[in-house]
Design a protein around this ligand. Structure first.
Ligand SMILES: Cc1cc2nc3c(=O)[nH]c(=O)nc-3n(C[C@H](O)[C@H](O)[C@H](O)COP(=O)(O)OP(=O)(O)OC[C@H]3O[C@@H](n4cnc5c(N)ncnc54)[C@H](O)[C@@H]3O)c2cc1C
Ligand code: SF4
Length: 477
C-alpha cells in the first residue's frame, strides 16, 4: 500500500506569525481579526428576520433569548447584548465555540430552513462574550448577602461549575472538589485546544475563585476523602462527576502496545498545551508524530482524536466506523473539517483484531447495514470474507464512555442508579434518592453535551436553594 503523504495543518495567521504581513507580526489571531469579527457579527446578527417563531431559542437547551441579542448586536449595543446572553447561559463563550449548533439553534433557524443559510448564532454568541471579557464587563461574583450554608460540589466540569456559579451568586458558601489538578472537566482535559482555547476555560475558573468559590483540587472523592465526609460537611451535595469509563475493544491482539484510549490520548495532548511535562508524549506512547494512526469510532471524541493526530504531525490518519456517514453519531461539521485536514474515513469498517506487538496493523472487517433494530436504526452486519489489514503504529479507541460504579466506589448502596449505571435523578431538580444530594450533567444523562450540563447545573442549583430555604424554615419552627 502506498504511504500517505505527511499531513500538516497550518493556519498561517495563527500559527506562523513570521509569515504574516510585517505590520501584523506582533499581533495575535484575535487582534488581526477583531475588526473583521465585529463587522461579521453585526452582519450576521442583522440577517436575523426576527421571525416571531424563534425555533432557534426553543432548540437551544438553555432557551437563550437569541433574537433579542442578535437584534442588539445588529444595532451595535454589545453590552446590552452581553447582558441578555449571560442571563441564561453561565459560559456563553464556551457554548458559542463548541455547541453542535447544526443540531441545536442554527439547525432550527428559520432562514436556514428556507434555504438561505443559517444566521451563525454560535459565532455571534462567542463574539459578544469575548468582547465582554475584553471590555471588562465580565465581573467576579459579589453576593448581595452571605449565607451560612455551604454546598459541596463533586466535579469541576461545566455541570458543577454552572451550579457553583448560581449558588455563589445567592451567597451560599461553595466548595468544588475535583480529582484533577485543574478545573474545567472535559472542557480542560477532553476537548482539544483548537476547538476550545484553554485560557478561555481557565479565566472562568479564576473568576469563580475570585468570587469566593473554593476549589479543592487533586482530591479524588472515594479515595482522598469519603463521600460521607463531604455529605457531613455541607448542607447539600451536588454530584457532577461526568462519565469516564471508556468502552473497550476485544479481539485478538487487543492488548498490544500502541493501542490506547481516546481519553488518555486527548488528556496528554491537552496537558502538553498547558506546558506540562508529559512523559507519554515524549516517549511517543501518546504521540502521533510521524505515525500511521487509526482511530476507531464515529462520535465527536473520535473526531477530536483524528484532528489532534493531524496537528501532532501524523504521517496518515484514518478513522474506522462500522456504520456509514449518514448514521454516525458525530457532528457532520466535524467530519467535513477532518476531511479538509486530510483525514480518511473508512465507513462500514470494524476492527476484528490487531497484528503485532507493538501494533503494526488493524485487521478490518467490512460491514453492511442490515435490518433496523428496535430503535429503528439499521444494524451493521459483517460481509463474509471481506477483510483487510490496515497498517497502524498507533490505534486510538474512541468508542464512548460509561459511568463509573459510584454506589460501589463511594460505599453508597442507597444512591440509586439506572440500568446504564447513571445516577437516577429527578428530571428538573437533579434530586437523587439521597436526601440533600443532587446530580447533574453526564453522570445523569450519560455522555452528552456541555450545554446540557450547564442547563442541569443551573436548574439543580435552584432546587438546592429551595432545599436550603426549606431547611432554614424547618430549623426556625
Ligand atoms: C473528547 C470529547 C469531546 C467533546 N466535545 C464536545 C463538544 O465539542 N461540544 C459539546 O457540547 N460537548 C462535547 N463533549 C461532551 C462534554 O464535554 C460533556 O458532555 C460535558 O463536559 C459534561 O459535563 P459534566 O460537568 O457532567 O462532566 P465533566 O466535564 O466530565 O466533568 C466532571 C468532573 O468531575 C471530576 N470527577 C470525576 N470523578 C470524581 C471523583 N470521584 N472525585 C472528584 N472529582 C471527580 C472529573 O475530574 C471532572 O473534572 C465532548 C466530550 C469528550 C470526551
Ligand atoms: S448555547 Fe449552544 S444551542 Fe444555545 S444559542 Fe448558544 S450555541 Fe446555540
Amino acid at each position: 500500500m502506498a504511504k500517505q503523504p505527511m499531513l500538516k495543518f497550518v493556519n498561517v495567521a495563527r500559527d506562523m506569525p513570521e509569515k504574516r504581513p510585517p505590520n501584523l507580526r506582533n499581533q495575535d489571531f484575535h487582534e488581526i481579526y477583531a475588526e473583521y469579527a465585529s463587522e461579521k457579527a453585526a452582519e450576521q446578527a442583522s440577517r436575523c428576520s426576527q421571525c416571531g417563531v424563534p425555533y432557534c431559542q426553543t432548540h437551544c437547551p438553555l432557551h437563550n433569548n437569541i433574537p433579542d441579542w442578535l437584534r442588539l448586536t445588529a444595532e451595535g449595543r454589545l453590552k446590552e447584548a452581553y447582558e441578555v446572553s449571560q442571563a441564561t447561559n453561565t459560559f456563553p463563550e464556551v457554548c458559542g465555540r463548541i455547541c453542535p449548533q447544526d443540531r441545536l439553534c442554527e439547525g432550527n433557524c428559520v432562514i436556514e430552513q428556507s434555504g438561505h443559510g443559517t444566521v451563525t448564532i454560535g459565532s455571534v454568541e462567542k463574539y459578544i462574550t469575548d468582547t465582554a471579557w475584553d471590555e471588562g464587563w465580565v465581573q467576579a461574583i459579589k453576593p448581595a448577602r452571605e449565607r451560612a450554608e455551604s454546598v459541596g460540589i463533586i466535579g469541576a466540569g461545566p455541570g458543577g461549575l454552572a451550579a457553583a456559579d448560581v449558588l455563589r451568586r445567592a451567597g451560599v458558601q461553595v466548595t468544588v472538589y475535583d480529582r484533577y489538578d485543574r478545573g474545567g472537566g472535559l472542557l480542560t482535559y477532553g476537548i482539544p485546544g483548537f476547538k476550545l482555547e484553554k485560557d478561555v476555560v481557565m479565566r472562568r475558573i479564576d473568576l469563580l475563585e475570585k468570587g469566593g468559590v473554593e476549589f479543592v483540587r487533586n482530591c479524588n472523592v472515594g479515595e482522598d476523602i469519603s463521600f460521607e465526609d463531604i455529605r457531613n460537611t455541607h448542607s447539600a451535595v451536588v454530584i457532577a462527576t461526568g462519565v469516564y469509563k471508556s468502552r473497550d475493544l476485544g479481539g485478538p491482539g487487543s492488548g498490544a502496545a500502541g493501542i490506547v484510549r481516546a481519553i488518555d490520548y486527548l488528556t496528554a495532548s491537552n496537558r502538553q498545551s498547558f506546558g506540562d511535562a508529559v512523559p507519554e508524549i515524549e516517549s511517543g506512547e501518546l504521540n502521533a508524530k510521524g505515525k500511521n494512526v487509526v482511530v476507531i469510532g464515529g462520535g465527536d471524541t473520535a473526531m477530536d482524536c483524528v484532528r489532534t493526530a493531524v496537528r501532532q504531525g501524523a504521517s496518515g490518519v484514518k478513522c474506522l466506523y462500522r456504520r456509514d456517514r449518514e448514521n454516525m453519531p458525530g457532528s457532520q461539521r466535524e467530519v467535513t473539517n477532518a476531511e479538509e485536514e486530510g483525514v480518511v474515513f473508512q465507513w462500514l469498517s470494524a476492527p476484528k483484531g490487531f497484528l503485532g506487538d507493538p501494533v503494526t496493523a488493524v485487521r478490518v472487517q467490512k460491514m453492511r447495514l442490515g435490518a433496523p433494530d428496535a430503535t429503528g436504526r439499521q444494524s451493521p452486519e459483517e460481509i463474509e470474507g471481506a477483510e483487510y489489514d490496515e497498517p497502524a503504529d498507533l490505534v486510538i479507541k474512541a468508542l464512548g464512555f460509561e459511568p463509573e460504579d459510584l454506589p460501589m466506589l463511594w460505599d453508597q448502596p442507597d444512591l440509586e442508579v439506572t440500568r446504564w449505571g447513571t445516577i437516577k435523578a429527578e428530571y428538573t431538580t437533579g434530586q437523587t434518592a439521597l436526601e440533600g444530594v443532587f446530580a447533574v450533567g453526564d453522570i445523569v444523562r450519560g455522555a452528552s453535551l456541555v450545554v446540557w450540563a450547564i442547563r442541569d447545573g443551573r436548574d439543580s442549583a435552584e432546587a438546592v436553594l429551595s432545599h436550603l430555604n426549606a431547611q432554614q424554615v424547618e430549623a426556625a419552627e
